[in-house]
Ligand binder design. Structure first.
Ligand SMILES: C[S@@+](CC[C@H](N)C(=O)[O-])C[C@H]1O[C@@H](n2cnc3c(N)ncnc32)[C@H](O)[C@@H]1O
Ligand code: SF4
Length: 332
């Protein structure tokens, strides 16, 4: 659900047919956005998230396996590396060990981001994460109307005082250990007065508010969007060939990578397991891109997407016509 930053907003090439999918003729040498879960699962049951129904177990990645996954990203550059997809990264007790591996890779990375629910922190290790100066952007997720009651209702079993403690303690650590790291609080919050209430909580504490709207995430306990969901035909944005984005930045190489903590390469950030396209612990990124599992998944979408268990209940359309949930994630 953390899709490409706004700068990468997709545009279909003038000669591209929306929904058209081809396979890479040659290997790609960049990844625009990679999401790697360092913990499978999350302790919260946020009402709009599929975790509310899936109730995943918490399984942290082994450091040696994480090292193999990083080494198997066979590109030269990554724009944004996010250490989460549907898991809660701060539940990992050795997060600093994982973070320390990032600058040692053959590829370079521009932004390293962590998004957390801010409810459980191993503070000693978290200090080491910050002191490493590898993470460039730390995001706290806090939805609702800006009141403690609404926050706790939407993100059970979160507690408001823990959120406030995290905001204040982390701001002090950031100022001391890694002053250039961005502190952002991202709230699914749609009403202007509610957003204003969040600003009043966040700005005096040194956090930058960002807002988005509700997305429909297939399999979630509640559809918070207020819309009925229509599933488009054919392959979605996440399966588009990078040539569909050639008029955009990054040499048009908008390639995307989503990985669970057990190495499973999944198609997207709308659901933790819409399909398994390979395993990054045992195969290279480029081999997955050109592989049979991904080709078969795209073919299934092309022929009868509505029969697919997750994608048949998802409203993400093709590059150029992505639909309301996709764009809700990158609201102003
Ligand atoms: C699934 S969480 C994983 C990372 C981490 N556990 C966290 O809470 O930030 C990623 C983001 O998805 C957001 N999210 C979950 N359900 C959503 C929905 N239906 N619409 C919009 N955003 C949603 C969360 O608020 C969070 O910011
Ligand atoms: S259609 Fe499937 S792969 Fe595409 S965004 Fe939806 S769940 Fe993910």
């Amino acid at each position: 659900m953390e899709t490409a930053p706004t700068a990468a907003a997709p545009e279909v090439m003038p000669d591209a047919t929306p929904g058209a999918v081809t396979f890479p003729a040659t290997r790609v040498d960049t990844v625009f956005v990679a999401h790697i879960d360092v913990v499978h699962g999350c302790q919260l049951r946020c009402v709009g998230c599929p975790n509310s129904i899936l109730q995943p177990k918490i399984v942290p990645v082994e450091p040696a396996f994480f090292a193999r996954m990083l080494a198997n990203i066979d590109v030269e550059r990554i724009h944004t590396l996010r250490l989460f997809n549907f898991g809660e990264p701060l539940l990992h007790r050795q997060l600093s060990t994982l973070v320390a591996m990032i600058p040692k890779q053959a590829w370079t990375v521009q932004e390293v981001e962590i998004s957390t629910n801010a409810q459980k922190v191993h503070w000693d290790d978290f200090e080491r994460v910050l002191a490493a100066n590898v993470v460039t952007r730390l995001v706290v997720s806090a939805d609702g109307d800006g009141t403690p009651e609404n926050y706790e209702r939407l993100r059970p079993p979160s507690k408001w005082p823990k959120l406030i403690e995290f905001l204040e303690r982390t701001k002090a650590l950031r100022d001391r250990l890694c002053p250039s790291m961005q502190l952002v609080c991202k709230s699914v919050s749609e009403v202007p007065e509610h957003r204003e209430r969040w600003r009043e909580v966040l700005l005096p504490r040194g956090w930058t508010p960002e807002f988005r709207r509700w997305m429909w995430l297939p399999g979630a306990e509640r559809n918070m969007t207020g819309r009925s969901i229509t599933t488009p035909e054919g392959p979605c944005f996440f399966m588009a060939h990078w040539s569909a984005f050639q008029s955009r930045d990054w040499d048009g190489q908008v390639t995307l990578l989503y990985v669970d903590a057990d190495g499973s390469i999944v198609p997207c950030c709308m659901h933790p397991g819409a399909a398994v396209l390979g395993n990054l612990g045992t195969m290279r990124f480029n081999d997955m891109l050109a592989g049979k599992a991904r080709a078969a998944f795209i073919e299934a979408m092309r022929t009868n997407r509505r029969a697919m268990p997750v994608c048949g209940d998802c409203d993400v359309g093709p590059a150029g016509d992505e639909g309301p949930s996709f764009w809700a994630s990158i609201d102003a």
